[in-house]
Design a protein around this ligand. Structure first.
Ligand SMILES: Cc1cc2nc3c(=O)[nH]c(=O)nc-3n(C[C@H](O)[C@H](O)[C@H](O)COP(=O)(O)OP(=O)(O)OC[C@H]3O[C@@H](n4cnc5c(N)ncnc54)[C@H](O)[C@@H]3O)c2cc1C
Length: 414
């Protein structure tokens, strides 16, 4: 059964169509349909219960790369990992990467993803120069940032049609190395001081927080591309079956061990980009550690430190709580999530109503603070929260393709 990364909610699809070879590609005529990239969204934005899925993994061809300008054109099923394998040895790198490299270009655009350099580079969509969309009326439309259909498609949750290919600007890098530091901190004031200092001089910044510890300790990571020789990390295997290992005891033990290990690693060191950006990719299918019922992630952005403080007062014990301050660069999509403020993400095992109630409390705090929730991670937000998070929703709806829909859309659309 095709699932999202969080494995909740489940969906049964009427058909799954594996797309390949763009030149002759025509969309099936009957909706509702939805593109599915690598299924790295956590909730239901990549699912289409009762409808069709257009699986894009076969749209995996590179079309052109101009090494001088860094402009890459590729089909939308190419993954960011595949791009980095091609580009990094040629001294080029993606302008924005998320916490996993197993994400397709189409998925990166449709969620207008962000990375550890949001304060410098903004969101992924800012680096897309043009793309081609296949619409259900048989049209193939090329769009650029000035077009309304482009602005609806970036962050558009796959609802404006199928992205066939895209052109992205890559950036030059010296070599494969990143100079990194892992700095222990206690409490939000120290996190904010570290963000102030580090965002001003480092390209990449992010923090991990041990919400179980009473002192709210954490590790602040910062880094920059640098000269030096490093070796690529080796994969540590794949979780072979569902092993529900995440509970209060293991989270406490994991957090203590992770904090101690990072504190030791502390001082400035060189790391391969793969280890720095994608530590979670070292273990394949790690979502199975949450068991059959899966996991949920709560991710919001709130405008003030006071709102963040309130969210953390109510924070459940999660092994993966991540904090980052977004910069001021405007996101190009009508429904883009990144905006100025603090973004907080936390993973929790799915324990049904108990977990949903916790998420509902966090959602209320975020919305009362004037924040927004991230559809790529969401399985629970209300229609009201979606509308309040995305004030350009009416403008977006006018650009939707009528034959496209998703489980997420049917849940939040009014
Ligand atoms: C471990 C982990 C870490 C992550 N870290 C981050 C992070 O740091 N920052 C961040 O922003 N996100 C992060 N994410 C979320 C992830 O980047 C997004 O969910 C991304 O969109 C997933 O891409 P995908 O190819 O798997 O797309 P899917 O999850 O399969 O689909 C996502 C959306 O894209 C649409 N779509 C896919 N392909 C196309 C296409 N060709 N045309 C039109 N629409 C399309 C789908 O319809 C759907 O709406 C993380 C996810 C994981 C699992």
């Amino acid at each position: 059964m095709t699932e999202s990364w969080g494995r909740y909610p489940q969906a049964t699809h009427a058909a799954e169509i594996r797309l390949s070879w763009l030149p002759g590609l025509a969309l099936p005529v009957l909706g509702p349909m939805l593109a599915y990239g690598q299924g790295r969204s956590y909730g239901d934005s990549c699912l289409n219960d009762g409808g069709k899925l257009l699986r894009t993994a076969g749209l995996d061809r590179f079309i052109s790369l101009d090494p001088a300008s860094g402009v890459l054109r590729c089909e939308a099923g190419v993954t960011l990992g595949e791009i980095l394998r091609l580009a990094a040895p040629r001294g080029l790198f993606l302008p924005v990467v998320p916490g996993t490299k197993h994400v397709s270009v189409g998925g990166a655009i449709a969620n207008d993803i962000h990375g550890k350099n949001h304060h410098r580079a903004g969101s992924f969509g800012r680096h897309v120069l043009r793309m081609e969309l296949l619409r259900s009326d048989g049209g193939r439309v090329e769009v650029t940032p000035a077009d309304e259909l482009f602005q609806a498609t970036v962050g558009g949750l796959g609802l404006t049609g199928l992205i066939a290919w895209a052109e992205i600007t890559l950036r030059p890098i010296p070599v494969a190395a990143i100079r990194t530091e892992a700095i222990p901190f206690h409490g939000l004031d120290e996190f904010i001081a570290l963000s102030d200092e580090s965002d001003a001089r480092c390209e990449y910044t992010v923090a991990w927080l041990d919400v179980v510890a009473r002192s709210q300790r954490g590790i602040f990571f910062r880094g920059d591309h640098a000269e030096g020789a490093v070796r690529a990390p080796r994969a540590r295997g794949t979780v072979p079956v569902d092993l529900p290992l995440v509970n209060a005891v293991t989270v406490r033990a994991f957090n203590a061990a992770y904090y101690a290990a990072q504190k030791l690693a502390g001082q400035s060191r060189l790391q391969h980009w793969d280890a720095f950006f994608f530590p979670l990719d070292g273990v394949g299918r790690w979502n199975r550690l949450y068991g059959r019922r899966g996991l949920l992630q709560f991710q919001c952005v709130v405008p003030t430190a006071d709102a963040l403080r309130e969210l953390l007062r109510d924070a459940p014990s999660s092994p993966l709580t991540v904090l980052k301050r977004f910069g001021a660069l405007q996101s190009p999509g009508m429904l883009s999530f990144p905006r100025p403020g603090f973004t907080l993400a936390m993973d929790l095992p799915n324990r049904g109503e108990e977990t949903f109630a916790r998420f509902a409390r966090l959602e209320t705090i975020a919305m009362e603070a004037g924040g927004a929730l991230y559809p790529a991670k969401d399985a629970r937000m209300s229609a009201d929260t979606f509308a309040r998070s995305y004030p350009r929703l009416a403008e977006f709806t006018r650009q939707m393709d009528p034959a496209f829909s998703s489980s997420f859309w049917r849940r939040v659309a009014r």
